[in-house]
Design a protein around this ligand. Structure first.
Ligand code: ADP
Ligand code: MG
Length: 363
């Protein structure tokens, strides 16, 4: 063994060199350094405890040095040549245990350093993901606003008709004596027009609100479907139609129940309108991997491919009196806001099936 002094900056071990020596710290401070890209290097560890062993790893493994060691402050160490080291290992079990302990300590420390580095990276990654999500939401909101803008101008255009009608009838009612039945007839037309406009305004508002106003709750499906089912059933029964439900499997989902109610309501209303001569609305669900799959199927008149391809467009309405053409556009935007998907299949004169998939919360 040799006592040796190292001045600050002096190299004890070169990274990549063949290992020939083993060291014991007496006093001072050393850095364990590893070169990184370019000419840079990273300090992996500090050695400053009297009695600390170092340089044993490459000797034990009989390989080259995986990192270098440089004096940070003036340091005094004991230097043992490889042969001396092996002799110590062979004759003193206590020494061998110390070497093993030193290696084990170093491995543990490296482990926890790696874990905290990983945690840090993870946090960085999460904040980047949050930022990305915020940007994506802003983009979606922008897109939504531009659609709302287009909608608003169409609505203002459409508003001309009911307003002209309302103004006209109001003028007739006010301008001459007329039988009571006529007054009733004209005021009914006026209130119909106003109602139609109100529906349009409400649907536009619902669409404009977008995901920013989602009040998500963690709910069990099909339990959370109960209220909607009752009200859909009521509407169907009034028209002499029936609702059949078949829910297979339960799942927790994130939903805004009020917004989602609009989905069922719009789909059921369309189905009712398509089944004017009676029929059945079947709602079923199943769980597949991490998705909840719902189907809403009617036995109505169905659609031609031409119609089918446009039904989710805003303002697309077909063969309907008083349709706003917003129902399915709203349905789609609500489903998208819930990170879900909606698709449709339809056979003319047989019926239409909508399929909705939603992510399930993992438990
Ligand atoms: P609206 O009902 O106001 O016309 P929607 O967006 O709800 O607007 O629907 C668009 C069009 O899609 C409807 O006008 C109708 O022609 C067609 N449609 C929607 N659902 C069905 C259905 N279940 N069966 C047949 N046609 C449908
Ligand atoms: Mg509709």
């Amino acid at each position: 063994m040799q006592r040796q002094l190292f001045a600050p900056g002096e190299v004890l071990i070169d990274e990549g060199a063949v290992a020939t020596k083993f060291f014991v710290m007496i006093k001072g401070q050393l850095e364990v350094v590893k070169s990184t890209e370019g000419d840079d290097h990273e300090v992996l560890n500090i050695i400053d405890q009297s009695g600390e062993l170092f340089g044993e790893m490459a000797l034990v493994e009989d390989t080259v040095r995986s990192a270098g060691i440089v004096a940070r402050k003036e340091s005094e160490v004991l230097v043992v040549q490889k042969e001396g080291f092996l002799e110590l290992v062979n004759h003193f079990p206590q020494f061998t245990l110390e070497v093993a302990r030193s290696i084990s300590h170093y491995l543990r420390k490296t482990d926890s350093t790696l874990i905290s580095t990983l945690e840090l990276k993870n946090r960085e990654l999460n904040s980047i993901i949050e930022e990305l999500n915020a940007t994506r939401e802003a983009l979606v909101d922008n897109e939504r606003l531009s659609i709302v803008g287009r909608m608003a101008s169409t609505i203002l255009h459409d508003l001309n008709n009911p307003m002209t009608t309302i103004a006209g009838f109001a003028q007739i009612i006010g301008s001459k004596e007329m039988p009571y039945e006529d007054v009733v007839k004209y005021t009914r037309i006026i209130s119909q027009q106003v109602n139609q406009f109100n529906t349009l305004a409400q649907e536009l508002l619902a669409f404009a609100q977008g995901s920013s106003t989602l009040q998500l709750q963690e709910l069990n499906f099909p339990v959370c479907f109960g209220d909607s089912a009752a009200s859909i059933n009521h509407n169907l029964e009034q028209q002499g139609m029936q609702l059949v439900t078949d829910f297979k499997g339960e799942a927790l989902i994130h939903v805004d129940p009020n917004r989602f109610y609009r989905v069922y309501e719009n789909l059921a209303n369309n189905a009712i309108e398509a089944m004017s001569s009676g029929g059945t609305l079947s709602i079923s669900s199943r769980v597949k991997a991490d998705r909840l799959i719902m189907t809403i199927a009617d036995t109505g008149h169905g659609m031609e491919a031409e119609v089918l391809s446009k039904i989710f467009d805003e303002f697309f309405t077909h063969k309907k009196h008083g349709g706003t053409g917003l129902g399915l556009a709203i349905v789609k935007s609500i489903i998208t806001d819930h990170n879900g998907e909606i698709s449709v299949e339809s056979v003319l004169d047989q019926g239409t099936t909508f399929t909705i998939t939603l992510p399930i919360i993992k438990t």
